[in-house]
Design a protein around this ligand. Structure first.
Ligand code: HEC
Length: 91
């Protein structure tokens, strides 16, 4: 993986997108889980599958709604949560 998962700017951008795409309404302000599960520390493949295809209650986000770049940024944010206490950046 050639991404810099610890890049603070990428993480901040991902947090902003995570909120503006309204993932928060089901997954929480800090990805701690509400209706949907906690997303802290997700692996990339798992995230893309569920976000693109949807689940039972999880809506599908097609490429029209969420670009590949934006999804990558959100994943970067979520992954950053695994190495810290969940949601530390989400103040
Ligand atoms: C309407 C509520 C809702 C919204 C909005 C929503 N989710 Fe979900 N999400 C869920 C639910 C509920 C699940 C659990 C699977 C299911 O029941 O569909 C889930 C599952 C997931 C999973 C899989 C988690 C796992 O451990 O398997 C990921 C990743 C995910 N959501 C990411 C996102 C992202 C990123 C966004 C914003 C782009 C988002 N979700 C927006 C409700 C939502």
């Amino acid at each position: 993986m050639d991404m810099d998962w610890a890049n603070p700017e990428a993480i901040a951008a991902g947090l902003a997108l995570y909120r503006s795409t309204e993932c928060t309404s089901c997954h929480g302000q800090k990805a701690e889980g509400v209706v949907g599960p906690s997303l802290a520390g997700l692996i990339r493949e798992q995230t893309i599958d569920m976000v693109r295809n949807g689940g039972v209650l999880m809506p599908a986000f097609s490429i029209d709604k969420l670009s590949e770049e934006d999804l990558t940024a959100i994943i970067t944010y979520l992954r950053s949560l695994s190495t810290q206490s969940s949601g530390e950046l989400g103040q």
